[in-house]
Write a protein that binds this ligand. Structure first.
Ligand SMILES: [Zn+2]
Length: 267
């Protein structure tokens, strides 16, 4: 009996420093590697998470990280935090700024606070020449309008893409990278699966957003990076390819986008 080859893959959006992993973090990371995950990008979305992401990288050099302020926390953005963010970028050597963006799913933080935090981080990303990882919820139009004011940014990642046809077409025109994961596998995501093929395969990234967004059929509500190749197998037919090919292609995209070390076994 021949075993299916292990699909090697990069998980471009994790929160492995989350308390959901406090009891078994190292086991989760080890099981993810055993399931083919060859590199991780952990998202430090507030100052304490910049520290915990950096600490994780010190113990696990295959877990690179981004630093930023989540739009739901935009009310915390001020000149002190901005200075700390610049310092974190200088000192900690992250691969991207984020996640930042717009989230209009709740009444707060208000638009003014979200704009200030988003614009501040875009300016920092532009100055540092780093990619920006964008979180967007119920804010497609405002996101397009804002990013159109910033034509010279380093590459943009639309993480956990859940946008409209219009946002997908805009992203393709702009050359954005688009992160897809467990959300797109869910039964209620049929409209999203209709939009996704508008994104060319050379702009796709795979991500779990662990511990969030467990895929359809998952045994646990807690998502883990080990689920990623299964997610790829479900989504790959949208681009008429195999799960292994989607893993390989998106890993190469991630390596060049984030400047990751070459991933052993993926060429
Ligand atoms: Zn996230």
């Amino acid at each position: 009996m021949t075993e299916a080859p292990l699909a090697l893959v990069v998980d471009t959006h994790t929160h492995l420093d989350d308390t959901a992993f406090d009891l078994d973090r190292d086991e989760v990371i080890e099981a993810s590697r055993a399931a083919g995950v060859r590199h991780f990008v952990n998202i430090g979305y507030q100052p304490e998470r910049w520290e915990s992401s950096h600490a994780l990288w010190e113990r696990h050099p295959d877990i690179d990280f981004a630093v930023g302020l989540h739009p739901q926390l935009a009310g915390e953005y001020n000149t002190v935090l901005e200075r700390e963010l610049k310092r974190a970028i200088d000192m900690l050597n992250p691969v991207a700024v984020g996640e930042t963006g717009f989230d209009f799913s709740k009444p707060t933080p208000d638009l003014e606070a979200q704009e200030r935090a988003f614009r501040g981080q875009l300016e920092i990303a532009a100055a540092a020449g780093l990619p920006t990882i964008i979180h967007q919820r119920d804010a497609s139009g405002a996101l397009i309008a804002e990013l159109d004011r910033w034509p010279n940014l380093a590459p943009i990642v639309l993480h956990s893409f859940d946008g409209t046809h219009r946002l997908a077409d805009w992203a393709r025109e702009r050359g954005c990278f688009v992160g897809i994961g467990g959300l797109a596998t869910r039964r209620g995501s049929a409209p999203l699966r209709e939009v996704l093929p508008r994104i060319p395969a050379d702009r796709l990234l795979l991500e779990t957003d662990s511990p969030y967004l467990a895929p359809a059929g998952s045994a646990s509500r807690r998502n883990v990076p080990a689920n990623l190749s299964g997610i790829a197998a479900v989504l790959a037919p949208l681009w008429n390819m195999s799960g292994e090919d989607l893993c390989r292609l998106t890993s190469l995209n991630a390596v060049s986008l984030f400047g990751l070390p070459a991933v052993e076994g993926i060429t």
